[in-house]
Design a protein around this ligand. Structure first.
Ligand code: HEC
Ligand SMILES: [Cu+2]
Length: 357
């Protein structure tokens, strides 16, 4: 008794369908990640226009890898399509078994050695960029900034300049002839976060009890957007980053403003009293007042920032009021409580905060 003939096409159809579904899901996920990245108050997070040495190096490497893997994809897809079409089931097919061929040394060798070589090339190219970026010597003109990730906002400390701010990082533009790179020391106050401003550098994690370092040397002034790229809790997606790359003059002016003592306008005294007598002061610092809390952002120069809540709302009196009345309304699940304040407390409080330039 002979076995029934094997009908190849019966098993291959579901497989092809599965593959098509996989490719479709892959394309959809790329599309979804771009949609998520575009949610900024003004501009979009851009992964295609590097503007700093590490980002340029990583960008070139990514294009190189993409070219090679793209070529592999095209060759494999072309062969697959050829086989699918050339050997499809036909009406006149008598379903008999085709000639059976067992292996070919040349072909086996070719499809083992060629992918092996491709992997070695990709590995060497990646290692070169890794060493070039991590091994770069730090010039004495470098600026140091300590970045501390908090659920769900960023703290920036400039140890040599005595500046503490939040969510909006200011750094000087770097001239390739006289580089002024910024070296970031990354730490976390709670859980894992990840610092990611794609135009300026690679993604680097902020890990509790472990210091990571990275550097950027932005080549063009302007605003660069990024975001926390490590799931750190409910509001992880609203932990946005704004890096202002200043011209030398702008940067000096910004430093001078941050060095101003906390504002003491007499007409804001009522609001200041409200601020100092509520628990705001346990979580926030305003220099020159009794408030020295560090759980939330430093508010000494709150109005020098263009957004609040780490980039989720424009910083204006209306949004400030909305925020203090019920932070959850703007950023659900953030770690600042709604304090059930009356209008009599809210109005002077917002008036006071609006004087903190
Ligand atoms: C339990 C600690 C806590 C208390 C109390 C608290 N805050 Fe906050 N506050 C935070 C945290 C945490 C954030 C950051 C939230 C985020 O962006 O996820 C914040 C953010 C803010 C911001 C936005 C700052 C920025 O740059 O984004 C303002 C303004 C603010 N708080 C004002 C107040 C005022 C006014 C009070 C008192 C009525 C107060 N806070 C009480 C913890 C607190
Ligand atoms: Cu985070």
């Amino acid at each position: 008794m002979s076995a029934p003939p094997i009908k190849c096409h019966e098993t291959s159809r579901p497989k092809i369908l599965l593959r098509t579904v996989c490719i479709h899901l892959f394309l959809c996920s790329i599309q979804a990640s771009f949609a998520a990245a575009s949610e900024g108050p003004s501009k979009r997070i851009n992964i295609f226009s590097p503007s700093s040495t590490p980002a340029l190096e990583i960008g070139h490497l990514a294009m190189f890898v993409f070219t090679i893997t793209g070529a592999v994809f095209i060759v494999v897809t072309a062969l697959l399509l050829f086989v699918i079409i050339r050997y499809r089931a036909r009406r006149a097919d008598d379903a008999s078994e085709p000639p059976q061929i067992y292996g070919s040394n040349q072909i086996e060798l070719a499809w083992t050695v060629i992918p092996g070589l491709i992997v070695v090339v990709l590995f060497l190219a990646t290692a070169r960029v890794l060493f070039a970026v991590q091994g770069a010597l730090k010039p004495p003109s470098a600026l140091d900034v300590t970045v501390i990730g908090h659920q769900f906002w960023w703290e920036f400390r400039y140890p040599k300049l005595g500046i503490v701010t939040a969510n909006e990082l200011h750094v000087p533009v770097s001239n390739p002839n006289h580089p002024t790179p910024t070296y970031l020391k990354l730490m976390s106050a709670d859980v894992d976060h990840s610092f990611w401003v794609p135009q300026l550098g690679g993604k680097t994690d902020l890990i509790p009890n472990h210091i990571n370092e990275m550097w950027i040397d932005p080549l063009k002034p302007g605003l660069y957007l990024g975001q926390c790229a490590q799931f750190c809790g409910v509001e992880h997606a609203k932990m946005l980053l704004r890096v202002y790359v200043d011209t030398p003059d702008q940067f000096v002016a910004w430093i001078a403003n941050q060095h101003q003592p906390g504002n003491q306008e007499p007409q804001a005294a009522v609001g200041r009293h409200v601020f100092e007598t509520l628990s705001c002061m346990n979580c926030h610092t305003v220099e020159g007042t009794a408030a020295t809390g560090r759980f939330g952002p430093d508010l000494t120069h709150l109005m020098s920032r263009s957004t609040i809540g780490s980039g989720i709302a424009v910083n204006n009196p209306d949004n400030l009021r909305d925020w203090i009345k019920d932070p959850d309304h703007l950023k659900k699940g953030c770690l600042m409580p709604a304090m059930q304040l009356s209008d009599g407390q809210l109005n002077p409080l917002v008036a006071y905060l609006s004087t903190l330039h």
